[in-house]
Write a protein that binds this ligand. Sequence first.
Ligand SMILES: [Fe+2]
Ligand SMILES: [Fe+2]
Length: 471
Amino acid sequence: MRIDFSEKIPNNVGLKENRRLQRALENWQPHYIQWWRDLGPVESQELDIYLRTAIDIGAEGWANYDYVRMPEYRWGIFLTPPEEGRQINFGMNKGKPAWQDVPGEHRADLRRLIVTQGDTEPASVEQQRLLGKVCPSLYDLRNLFQINVEEGRHLWAMVYLLHTYFGRDGREEAEAMLERHSGDPDKPRILQAFNEETPDWLAFFMFTYFTDRDGKFQLLSLAESGFDPLSRTCRFMLTEEAHHMFVGETGVMRVAQRTCELMREHDTNDVRAHGGIDLPTIQKYLNFHFSCSVDLFGQELSTNAANFYTAGLKGRHRETKFEDDHVLEDSTYRVPEIRGDDIVMVEAPALTSINEHLRDDYVVDCQRGVERWNKVIRKHGVDFELTLPHRAFHRRIGLFAEERFSPQGQRVSEAEWNRRRDEWLPSAEDHAFVRTVMQPVTEPGKMANWVAPPARGVDGKPPDFEYVRFN
Ligand SMILES: [Fe+2]
Ligand SMILES: [Fe+2]
């Protein structure tokens, strides 16, 4: 399954056999490139960047690394190969063959799922567009751009589905993807976490750790879809997503490491005086990004999620690994409820609790990285522990959005919230300080003072390799 790169749009979906579709996508392509130039990474058009491009969809050796200018990146359409005899694995259509076309009765719901996923992809590129100007190193700059071009490709993946299976409204939705913009008061992105700013590199590392991980869980659930083209698209996207989360996890780890080094070296907690980012500030950033990301899973109880599941449109992540009937009509699941000042767990129908189930698994996955970060802190003999805030903290969607909770999950009054907000979330002053340490470092092998160098480089190259060439 090698990808045909001689075509205007590289693909492994036989685009040249479908002239109408090919033309429609070739018409969308210049709009996409224009969007990239207008709202993609600033001042990056002339840079030669050591990027990977997918050349094959097999598990091994799918990527090729070389210097590329981003506007010339070969964005394309790559699906994992069809699985012979694939069936729908859950819901009322369980056991039936997976759909190769969109079933009429599920058209609107599938379109909505694809548009919601697709909208997040260009949104994150927009959120990150200024970061290149204050990169801590060429290694980091290259990783930022790698993520950006791949999020661009993920948009291509969703646009391919819209164009291919949803006719005229699909084409309109594809245009609208380039018309909504992150943070635009009139035409914002669909989900709130994608309208927040990513103002600095600590925010970027937190975003790629927590918010790209939400992406992983959404893609895993969509990879279970009975609509086979969606499943195959998401499967390939997941191979790229792993690198984004790696950048986040190792990024936060390197910041924590550097902070601990500075604490030891100067025998002080006040690392700001030495150009480091103190651990309490890292914790506040973590609180912010975690809380925005858990919101992305939606309401605790959701009939939409239940309907998507029952219809076979969106499963649980790794659906077939669960040992139950995969119909869930008679099952229950434990969800939180607010009773007075307390949060209690109650049984609810498993079907309507699908979102909460996914959120639970996400939280467990998030915890793993936090433990790795704490290991680094402990190794330096520093007495501090990073923690995930309680899921009730700082929520804007669902049950907990109505009330105020501390990071420990205690209900607090509006007055206490206002008094303590800056202890829990990055304050204007914290942001201003972090901004001061964000000075660009663009000499090969040099690293900003607030972050430790990576353990290894990219594609077997050393960390001091010239990952980006300025012209
Ligand atoms: Fe993505
Ligand atoms: Fe991503």
